[in-house]
Ligand binder design. Structure first.
Ligand code: C5P
Length: 243
């Protein structure tokens, strides 16, 4: 592995949206320069929970995207398990409330210390980007922008490290939560890739320039004719912005 992609290697997270561990493993092995991978509900269940450990054995870091949302004690115990498995990033729903997030933070920290693991980054999901103002009003909530802002601030106050957010929300979150608060962005599309079902997108370069700390990119890489070439092109674009 060269030193060429030092910055991009710490920013690009490839989403492993696969229905078997074997397919996911093939993809991981074809992307030698990528060091961060996202495991969501599909692969986590398909691998009977083993995907995190397997990725760690392959020398990779894991964003475990299971979006915990339950009573504080239950979420705290789930966070302990995620930290013990060695997930580098994992997440909870901010709408679970202040106490749930506080307990999540404490238990993740405690567990990582106990097992002498790097402190994981604990993120909050504010408002799912699949919901619009109309959807929120139906469940009695204020508009998306205000909800995102309120939930991001609450998450920060509870000790959460950052949020998952659409690239369009970066500016608002930076204003409210400052530069140290981590922002992880899906909805990123290189100009040479199709949009798929993503609607409001930025290119990798635009998202990094706008202040995203991490980019979650799936299909533009995993469905490309050459996934490795696609990943390297994206990594080059990230390096150029940071140069
Ligand atoms: O294939 P694609 O690049 O669209 O994958 C993006 C990944 O980020 C998927 O795993 C998707 O579930 C996730 N995601 C998203 N939009 C959000 C939150 C998560 O696309 N708002």
């Amino acid at each position: 592995m060269g030193v060429k992609y030092n910055i991009a290697r710490e920013k690009l997270i490839v989403a492993l949206d696969f229905s078997t561990w074997e397919d996911a493993e093939k993809m991981v092995k074809s992307l030698p320069e990528v060091s961060l991978f996202k495991v969501g509900l599909e692969l986590y269940l398909a691998s009977s929970g083993l995907a995190v450990r397997r990725l760690r054995e392959l020398g990779k870091e894991v964003f475990l995207d299971l979006k915990f949302h339950d009573i504080p004690n239950t979420v705290a115990q789930a966070c302990r398990q995620a930290a013990r498995e060695g997930a580098f990033i994992f997440n909870v729903h901010a709408s679970g409330g202040r106490e749930m997030m506080r307990q999540a933070v404490l238990s993740a920290q405690e567990e990582a210390e106990k097992h002498e693991l790097k402190k994981p980054l604990l993120l909050a999901v504010t408002v799912l980007t699949s919901l619009d103002d109309q959807d929120l009003s139906e469940i009695g909530l204020v508009g998306t922008k205000e909800s995102v802002g309120r939930l991001a601030v609450l998450a920060k106050e509870a000790g959460i490290d950052g949020v998952v957010a659409s690239p369009q929300e970066i500016k608002l979150i930076r204003e409210l939560c400052g530069n140290d608060f981590k922002i992880v962005c899906p909805g990123v599309r290189p100009h040479w890739a199709g949009l798929g079902d993503q609607k409001r997108v930025l290119t990798p370069g635009e998202a990094v320039s706008a202040g995203a700390d991490f980019l979650v990119i799936g299909r533009p890489i995993t469905k490309a004719k050459s996934p490795n070439e696609a990943a390297l092109k994206i990594m080059e674009e990230i390096e150029e912005v940071k140069a």
